[in-house]
Design a protein around this ligand. Structure first.
Ligand code: ADP
Ligand code: MG
Length: 242
């Protein structure tokens, strides 16, 4: 699978810090979460990009390997640049607890904003669902075991609530047919907050009243120290066990 990532962003927390020294922070502090227009198509098209955060989870088969391949698949999406990869965490299942332990991570991406944020976020969700299917994800019970789960956690400074077009919906009528960003449960799940805090500790997602780091600390008190454990760092395009 082609790699389009900038080596400066094959990130663990240490290389993020070195990135910051060079002005390459993965946190986005623009007013709207969008980035300066860049020239594309021979200079005729102006493409705006938005900093998005995507959560990855898996608990079937080689979960760590699947998440690594998922990171590369995200980095290879058209118009997308990989800006950071969190640590890999071993996490206890939430919701349906009688299932294998999960592996979770998060990535920072710069993605095309699209003609408007609703359209851009929906296009990204549809791409995420396509990658999930390519990795063999079957429809099973909600919150149950899965080959690969990709959740759109944050899309710049935009609050989004749109219906997915019918052709982009799940066949399962019990599943949500909408897209809500920031992700509805992100602020209440340590397995999301821990990797997101690696990438953007100071971020206050739109609609939240606290930083990601503070939310992580709050949930760590509730869920306890064993709920989420770092097990590897991202280095040279793969997981390097801690
Ligand atoms: P889970 O809640 O366990 O991640 P799924 O991955 O099966 O469950 O997602 C169910 C549905 O949730 C998706 O098909 C999508 O329509 C909807 N959804 C709403 N908001 C989001 C979001 N921010 N990211 C991903 N899916 C979302
Ligand atoms: Mg999901």
């Amino acid at each position: 699978m082609p790699l389009r990532e900038d080596p400066a962003f094959r990130c663990d927390p240490r290389c993020q810090r070195s990135g910051r020294r060079r002005g390459l922070s993965v946190e986005d502090d623009d007013a709207d979460g969008s980035h300066e227009p860049s020239l594309a198509s021979g200079g005729r098209t102006l493409a705006r990009t938005t900093r998005a955060y995507v959560g990855l989870g898996a608990n079937l088969g080689d979960a760590a390997g699947t998440i690594a391949a998922g990171v590369h698949a995200l980095a290879a999406l058209p118009g997308v640049r990989l800006r950071g990869v969190s640590q890999l965490y071993a996490t206890e299942p939430v919701g349906v607890v009688d299932q294998p332990e999960f592996r979770n991570a998060a990535v920072a991406l710069d993605v095309p904003t699209g003609p408007d944020p609703d359209t851009g976020a929906l296009a990204l969700l549809i791409a995420l669902k396509g990658i999930e299917r390519a990795f063999g994800r079957q429809e099973r019970e909600r919150w149950g075991p899965r080959e690969l789960d990709l959740d759109l956690l944050v899309f710049g400074r935009h609050r989004i609530h749109v219906e997915r077009p019918p052709e982009a919906r799940s066949d399962d009528p019990t599943r949500p047919t909408d897209l809500v960003v920031p992700h509805r449960l992100a602020g209440e799940r340590l397995f999301v907050l821990a990797p997101l805090a690696d990438l953007a500790p100071g971020l206050v997602p739109p609609g939240w009243t606290e930083t990601v780091a503070r939310a992580r600390a709050r949930r760590a008190q509730v869920e306890g120290p064993g709920a989420v454990r770092p097990v590897a760092r991202w280095a040279d395009g793969r997981w390097d066990p801690a």
